[in-house]
Design a protein around this ligand. Structure first.
Ligand code: SAM
Ligand code: SF4
Length: 354
């Protein structure tokens, strides 16, 4: 089975944005006509797992503590984003966001911002089982839990930690707490867990979780990504097709990265995010803030704009908002993984915020 084109236009590659002045618009517009309304905030670059496709066994040199934005600094920037820049959705990520101290308090402060943003989090789930009700109480709307295998040995092989039971408990607790739909993000690795794709989907269907497979991207700290080894979206669909009948979902995709498929006629669906083989850059609505206060217009940007310095120098809200607008105006057309000369960003995914 091969994928169908679900209608998101692609853009030809270019390493530079057109050189034209930024129009006077309050929103986070770029020179290709996109508007960023979805903010990804990385809360820390630290993690308690060591997924092989993300970071090395020994971990990384974590950011110095004084570089990491404080809760007050994060709230100030998120307030500017929703009040002055038109951001409507915020996703907390990392590294592992649950490692951030007093995260429940930060969530409550974010959901008190006006206009109130929709708030979600991407997490590995370690420690979530106990905390899910408090996050729901603080106003968190939805959660994505990363899970690449429901087999304990495979899980430990990928994450280098024996923690599958913690993640399964986290999923159940998030569902119970009403953080629904509970989504699962899965990455398939050739010869490691690709034979378990249907097990993951069966598990998701049985428990009412929404499963999305993500193509592996060249964002690992070790620079070990190899295109030939990557399991493509079409391969994922073939693997699932061995046990399930997939038909395109009638739901409009909009700016969402996942191609959605009805499983066995529905209503359950599975998503595939073909970041590499069918990039969705032309419909991208994202802007990013790293834990140490840099604005990034793309996961794959090779440049970024510091706002921590502005904050700590006492800049006013309008100056910070304008700096953010300038950063987004220069957003490139696409990530160009598929072009000759592609350069992986210096920061790995865990330090950008996945
Ligand atoms: N630690 C949290 C987690 O694992 O959910 C949040 C950060 S993690 C970087 C966010 C997501 O990025 C996870 O679903 C993870 O599987 C995915 N990810 C990490 N490295 C990746 C890569 N090289 N290619 C594709 N997805 C990746
Ligand atoms: Fe940690 Fe998430 Fe990276 Fe795994 S993917 S090592 S859980 S940051």
């Amino acid at each position: 089975m091969t994928g169908v084109d679900l209608g998101i236009p692609r853009v030809p590659g270019t390493r530079t944005a057109p050189d034209q002045p930024r129009p006077d618009d309050p929103a986070l517009i770029d020179s290709f006509g996109r508007v960023a309304t979805d903010l990804r905030v990385s809360l820390t670059d630290k993690c308690n797992l060591r997924c092989t496709y993300c970071m090395p066994a020994e971990g990384l040199d974590w950011m110095p503590g004084e570089d990491v934005l404080t809760d007050d600094e994060l709230i100030r920037l998120m307030d500017i984003a929703v009040r002055l820049l038109g951001v409507t959705d915020i996703r907390l990520t990392g590294g592992e966001p649950l490692l951030r101290p007093r995260l429940e308090d930060l969530v409550a402060r974010i959901t008190s911002l006006r206009p109130r943003p929709r708030l979600s989090m991407t997490t590995n789930g370690i420690g979530l089982a106990r905390r899910a009700p408090a996050f729901a109480e603080a106003g968190l709307d939805r959660i994505n839990v990363s899970l690449d295998s429901v087999n304990p040995e495979t899980f430990a092989r990928i994450t280098r930690r024996d923690r599958l039971s913690h993640v399964l408990a986290a999923l159940a607790a998030a569902h119970e707490a009403g953080l629904t739909p509970v989504k699962i993000n899965a990455v398939l690795l050739r010869g490691i867990n690709d034979h378990e794709a249907t097990d993951l989907l069966r598990f998701a269907l049985e428990n009412d979780y929404h499963l999305r497979f993500i193509e592996q991207m060249p964002l690992d700290a070790q620079h070990g990504w190899n295109r030939a080894e990557m399991i493509t979206a079409d391969e994922i669909l073939d693997l699932l097709g061995a046990e399930f009948t997939l038909t395109p979902s009638p739901v409009e995709r909009g700016g969402a990265p996942a191609e959605r498929w009805l499983v066995d006629g529905g209503p359950h669906e599975v998503g595939v995010i073909p970041s590499v083989t069918r990039p969705f850059c032309a419909a991208c609505e994202r802007t990013r803030l790293t834990a140490d206060g840099a604005i990034r217009s793309c996961l794959f940007s090779t440049t970024e704009t510091d706002v921590r310095g502005l904050l700590r120098r006492g800049a006013d809200d309008e100056e910070i908002a304008d700096t953010w607008r300038d950063a987004m105006w220069g957003k490139l057309a696409g990530h160009e993984i598929n072009e000759a000369g592609f350069a992986q960003p210096i920061r790995p995914m865990s330090a950008i915020g996945g």
